[in-house]
Ligand binder design. Sequence first.
Ligand code: HEC
Ligand code: HEC
Ligand code: HEC
Ligand code: HEC
Length: 427
Amino acid sequence: MNRIQKLLIAFLSLSILFAAVVLSRVWIFKPQSTVKLVKLPAGEYDTETWGKNYPLEYNSYKKNIEMAVSPAGYGGSIKVQKAEMQPELYTNFKGNPFSKDYTEDRGHPYSLEDLRESKRIGPAAKAACITCKTPYIEQAYQEMGWSYANKPLNELMDKTKHPVTCANCHDPETMGLRVINPAFIEAMQKRGIDVSKANREEMRSYVCAQCHSEYYFEPGTSKVIFPWDKGLTPQQMYEYYSTKPNGFAQDFIHPDSQVPVLKAQHPDYEEWQNGVHGQFGVSCADCHMPYMRKNGQKYTSHWVTSPLKTMGESCSPCHNQGQELLFSQVKAIQDNVWQLQHTAGQKIARAHGAIQQASTNTAANQTEITNARELLRHAQWYWDYVAAANSMGFHNPVQELNTLGQAIDLAQQAIDAANKAAGTNTL
Ligand code: HEC
Ligand code: HEC
Ligand code: HEC
Ligand code: HEC
């Protein structure tokens, strides 16, 4: 071998060695140590204990306590009253505790604290409210079945100090994903879906859907039910509620208009599932729990917050348009949805006033007033479906803009019907 050949071989060996080191750090998924420091028995709800085995996930989970405004100006992880931006909430939820206290959602570690401090909760509140706030729901349901739901809230709040934690989404023995909310499991069963057979991709959204969905409390028992028998769109859920399921007729009666109002509760899962990302199989975790790397280790981020804070990890694996352009697209969607949401909310507030005014007229046509109330109930459900979901329309812009358009039309029809009933219609 001559000198040049030797040099070439040395150079090649070094290059291979270098490439191997780089590849092993960048590409190969190095699992965390398989030696588990602590055993996690069923019923272990303390994140700190889980964190001993899974420090990377635990440290990212701890970031959920961070409070920050959203990069795009909607949502955010700060406890502000939603009515600050939308004063029409005071009118539309008059007679309901949501008009007193309705704050923006923040990180999972605050779930129990925010429930305890909510001015919506009085001494008569039922334990059904803890269903989506703590893994203790697992134990409560095992011990009492659905009868836990009708117990006083304070009684069950005293039994746990754990907010949404690892055990809500993971089986402590296998670390596989799981769902523990019995209301979700039952609702899916009724749709013919056995969630215990769900694959990993589906579970990456089901773990969220068990809480981020619309529900109501069954009168008398406070059992939590998801209104999905007819489907998950705003129209299908409205049709379901129109049958007065299990004797449930409304969340409250509006004191001015006497409309039996349905209060929507965060239908994030419903909104997403037939949007473009839901239809194309992009799971909640893909955006809200992206993969991260630390010292060559790849792990799932457990900082579950606005994906606009982590667009490089959350969106770039699929979108190559560049972050700035993508961000401005999200902002444009949200600005458009916000504008129509605000318009719809204000028109609904005016409709409550129009019906109240018509009702004070003793000569008013009662059939027409009943008609106006039904139109307004429908309008308010459509508006609230969008307003109560948390993404300002991003999860499904086409459906949400359509729903708000219909809300505005129905509210106008309610105003026209009220005016006609009172004989003040100029049409
Ligand atoms: C809101 C649901 C949720 C909560 C709460 C949660 N996880 Fe996870 N976790 C997930 C999802 C989703 C994945 C991705 C699983 C997959 O794709 O197979 C995951 C993955 C993991 C993994 C597998 C390795 C990895 O990083 O992908 C570990 C370990 C883990 N989580 C630990 C924890 C610990 C510890 C806690 C509590 C501090 C916790 N998780 C809380 C949903 C959750
Ligand atoms: C056990 C019920 C439960 C599960 C499971 C759950 N969430 Fe939540 N989530 C909540 C509650 C309750 C809040 C509001 C907490 C508060 O405001 O105090 C919340 C808040 C949030 C927020 C707002 C955080 C912020 O920074 O403003 C996001 C985003 C979120 N959840 C996404 C998800 C995703 C994605 C999943 C699944 C990977 C998931 N959640 C699973 C109950 C749950
Ligand atoms: C394609 C990515 C993507 C998917 C998939 C996705 N989200 Fe989102 N989500 C977003 C974006 C973007 C926002 C808007 C964040 C903002 O305004 O700062 C958002 C907002 C939210 C918020 C409100 C956050 C806040 O700051 O208050 C919640 C809660 C939420 N999503 C839950 C879910 C759930 C549950 C699923 C699955 C059923 C899901 N998301 C699927 C991207 C996604
Ligand atoms: C797993 C892949 C995947 C991820 C992750 C993902 N997207 Fe998408 N996104 C898609 C697909 C597929 C489409 C539809 C086809 C298309 O337009 O290219 C889409 C469409 C969109 C659209 C146009 C459609 C609409 O709803 O107006 C926007 C905007 C968008 N994504 C933003 C985001 C943002 C922001 C994130 C990160 C928070 C994100 N996406 C994460 C796959 C993904």
